[in-house]
Design a protein around this ligand. Structure first.
Ligand code: ADP
Ligand code: MG
Ligand code: ZN
Length: 488
């Protein structure tokens, strides 16, 4: 009988918390581009006699994630030392949490690409500090030729929240969706920039296969995926590899494997036999951390709307399509901007469309966040009000929008600068434009006049030019009859 398989996946996601200072000292967390080893002190370097002090903001950010995931935010939690030796860890141990993590339990619910609901239980989320970074200077541009390694401890001690899922995920695409959802959450809450490429969000994926004959392969942990795409690819590769081994009667050993993105393969890094015994013990320098019930309740009351709640509301209250709602609910600021437009009287769907296309386009072009967007929601609403009342065509409205964004000017000034008149272009002004277009395109005009335009191509061309001159502010039928009259 042919064997069948079931994939079992559990993820450990490390999220770098967006605090100004490190987890146990006041050194800056700004390590990208900083001079190597400039953001360090005796505490984060682990000098004897130095004493760590917990960063309250990191605890708050961790608790916010826990509250969003429906975890129990524990009132009494503590820190352990996880002992191991590596050059990027000057202390010889990492301060982490062990038996009493800040957040226990929880659940993440999301839809997969086919719209089916997926539920993944959260085991825990705990605080820990990051390690430094090894730098291998290349020789003649070749890394393999490096003669020595350098170490930069700037990242050492930066706060991380490790979110551990239960092995509830059943396929690689769901693992990707789960990670997208965690990333959206931490970004939405302002807890982390969630950038996988720069390492602010790192995923370790554990995967095993259940076989229909009762066997259950050991789990393998995959590291080093720095995009959602490589996460999914690495897991797909591992599903195939494990199934092949098990189908041939082989065994999967518990090990850590490294994803090689270029080769599209996972490679064995270390086996269970080489696994560390970390000798966890409570850090004697850090007293138990007590987060009072009052403080947790205060945080709970300050929790903003969550991204999946916002997405629902945009559909239910504003009538947006699922797609628009999803794009906008990527960012709390985008949702707030849209809410601002609606409060200022804009029709929700039209405003959403403008935010999604025009506003996001400007943000991308200028590489700014929506908080730095020069146009207030009220100003965008005032442009849209003119469109609603038929006083401004969409084309003209976009011109006005561009001028307001460029010059930071008000509506009237921008309309004058864009050469846009509110209301329809008609009467003598429209006649002037028609005459100008006919004069500038005498050949086409003459062809129409002498009946040499059998398929109306030239007349359509002339009408198009007039509409363009008026920025779409004229009535098409009126333009057509005006041209016909002039050329009869
Ligand atoms: P460790 O301390 O070695 O990292 P944990 O028990 O904390 O081990 O589990 C780490 C991750 O492995 C969790 O996300 C969990 O869901 C996942 N996991 C546990 N068992 C399995 C399994 N059989 N197959 C796939 N993933 C698993
Ligand atoms: Mg692990
Ligand atoms: Zn420090």
């Amino acid at each position: 009988m042919a064997l069948s398989f079931q994939t079992v996946i559990g993820l450990e996601i490390h999220v770098q918390l967006a605090t100004k200072s490190k987890l146990f000292c006041s050194c800056s967390t700004d390590y990208i581009g900083a001079r190597p080893n400039s953001n360090v002190c005796p505490v984060c370097l682990g000098m004897p006699g130095s004493l760590p002090v917990v960063n309250g903001r990191a605890v708050e950010l961790a608790a916010m994630v826990g509250l969003a995931l429906g975890s129990k935010v524990q009132q009494a939690t503590r820190f352990h030392r996880k002992n191991y030796f590596y050059a990027d860890l000057s202390k010889g141990y990492q301060i982490s949490q062990f038996d009493l993590p800040i957040c226990a339990g929880g659940l993440l619910v999301f839809d997969d690409d086919e719209g089916k609901e997926v539920r993944v239980a959260i085991t825990r989320a705990h605080l820990e500090e990051d390690a430094g970074k090894l730098v291998h200077p290349s020789v003649d541009g070749r890394l393999a030729g490096a003669l020595h390694s350098l170490v930069d401890y700037n990242r050492g001690g930066v706060p991380l929240l490790e979110i551990v899922s239960e092995p509830d995920i059943t396929c690689p695409p769901h693992a990707r969706r789960y990670t997208e959802e965690i990333r959206r959450l931490v970004r939405y809450l302002g807890v982390s920039d969630g950038d996988m490429e720069s390492g602010s969000l790192r995923v370790d994926a554990n995967i095993s296969q259940k076989v229909s004959d009762g066997r259950w392969g050991s789990r393998v942990e995959i590291k080093n995926m720095n995009s959602l795409r490589s996460l999914e690819r690495a897991l797909e590769y591992e599903v195939k590899r494990q199934r092949k081994v098990l189908a041939e009667g082989g065994e999967i050993h518990q090990e850590t494997r490294h994803w090689d993105d270029g080769e599209g393969k996972t490679r064995s890094m270390r086996s269970k036999e080489e696994a560390h015994d970390y000798r966890y013990f409570p850090d004697p320098d850090l007293p138990p951390l007590i987060v009072t019930a009052d403080r947790i309740e205060a945080l709970r009351s300050l929790m903003p709307e969550l991204p999946w709640q916002a997405e629902r509301r945009l559909v239910d209250a504003y009538g947006l399509g699922a797609d628009d709602a999803k794009v906008l609910a990527e960012s709390a600021a985008a949702v707030a901007y849209l809410d601002g437009c609606v409060q200022a009287g804009a029709e929700a769907k039209r405003a959403a469309n403008w935010v999604r296309t025009e506003v996001l386009r400007v943000l991308n072009e200028r590489k700014i966040s929506i908080e730095a967007f020069p146009l207030k929601p009220e100003s965008l609403a005032s442009i849209l009000a003119l469109v609603d009342r038929g006083k401004l065509s969409t084309t003209a409205a976009k011109d006005v929008f561009d001028v307001m964004v460029r010059d930071g000017s008000g509506l009237d000034t921008a309309m004058a600068a864009a050469g846009v008149v509110s209301g329809r272009v008609e009467g003598s002004r429209l006649e002037e434009i028609v005459e100008k277009v006919l004069a500038e395109n005498a050949d086409a005009a003459e062809a129409v006049r002498s009946g040499k335009d059998p398929k109306d191509k030239k007349i359509k061309f002339l009408q198009g030019l007039v509409m363009r001159e008026t920025r779409g502010q004229a009535d098409v039928a009126q333009v057509a009859s005006l041209i016909a009259r002039k050329l009869s």
